[in-house]
Design a binder for this molecule. Sequence first.
Ligand SMILES: Cc1ncc(COP(=O)(O)O)c(C=O)c1O
Length: 435
Amino acid sequence: MNNPLLSLFPVTAQVKDDRLFIAGQDIVGLVRRFGTPLYIFDEATLHSQCSAFRDEFASLYPRSRVLYAAKAFLGQGLARMIADERLGMDVVSGGELSLAHKAGFPPERIHFHGNNKGREELELALTLGVGRVVVDNFHELSLLEEIASRRIALQNILLRISPGVDPHTHSHTSTGVTDSKFGFLMDRAAEAVGLAMDSPHLHLVGLHFHLGSPIYDVEPYQEAIARVLAFATEMERKFNFELREFSPGGGFAVSYTVDRPAPPPSYYAQGIVSALRRGMGEGKSEEPWLIVEPGRSIVARAGVALYRVGTRKEIPGIRTYVSVDGGMGDNIRPALYDSAYQALVANKASQEHRETVTISGKFCESGDVLIRDIPLPPLSPGDIIAIPVSGAYSIPMSSNYNANPRPAVVLLTGQGPKLWRRREHYQDMAALEES
Ligand SMILES: Cc1ncc(COP(=O)(O)O)c(C=O)c1O
């Protein structure tokens, strides 16, 4: 059976005898072993996404680097995989930085982002030797200068610019617009460049922006690239600033539902590289390094959330709610951004969709709905709901709301499943409290 929904699942997904298989694993057997809710990641899909971004950009622009934006999902196993794929990493907190460090991730390949990095976080970053600090504001610039002044080596930095371009995505995930907490406003950015260039302990190597996420069209990137490169040229004239590195951030879209397909990495690579070359113009001695920071587009499709069906409430003429054993505690995106998902019933994978139901979670909020009004085969308690494209911004944004333990995370490899993160126990939550 060729189910169009399978295109949302990991590349190894198949339906056999009415059941969903991923990486050769029967999902029904897998949840019997690891329990639900469960997040699984497909190793083959992770590798293919890493290489797609790395190779598409490198083929068009050899001086390019891909950094995985760890906020989308981070664990030590994934960090090691990203390092093996020869990608760098973008981290936004001391916590992400120390996880990457614990996994042995090469620090020189790490860029440290964030709009309110604390003194301790910056100290840690410099102690561990991160490759770049992406400075977001004037306060950070002077704090970092002070911290760097106690060290021998110069710290390489980029400045994050807010280019004032609307990426046409959810307002909560738009970051490059003028009304945003992130980055230097264009009309104060010259002052920041001047200060950074004067700093005896910081070395300004380039400029960065990030517009938001997910962005389905390349035009907002192109508009922002033109603006930021024009600004760089002005800075060259004014301060003799040399743009050695340039980053248009991440934010590349993924297909969450079959009716809204996302463009492939090649679309973004072509659009970004052509705008960069246009903006650089002729006569530059050396092209800057291009740094892109995909997060969602590396991990989203590799991840699948698995839940077990519990109760059902039918409201005649209005809606039928079917509740599962997870919800907003492990995936806040539908409640936070109205994000849309689709689902497959892993143990009824080829059955006809004969009813329309709303998949709700088990958390004490009416807004705890994962998927509204979705056609599915008739559901019974114990059925396994598989929600594809769940690999990004679910586990990292998860909570212990209602004191629910967080799910386990399992990597599916060609050699079998590997537990990446165990399920939390009730004792884990009690362990943080003074008794
Ligand atoms: C600076 C920066 N880079 C990259 C990303 C990754 O975005 P995405 O996961 O949509 O690719 C983000 C997301 O917030 C970001 O803030």
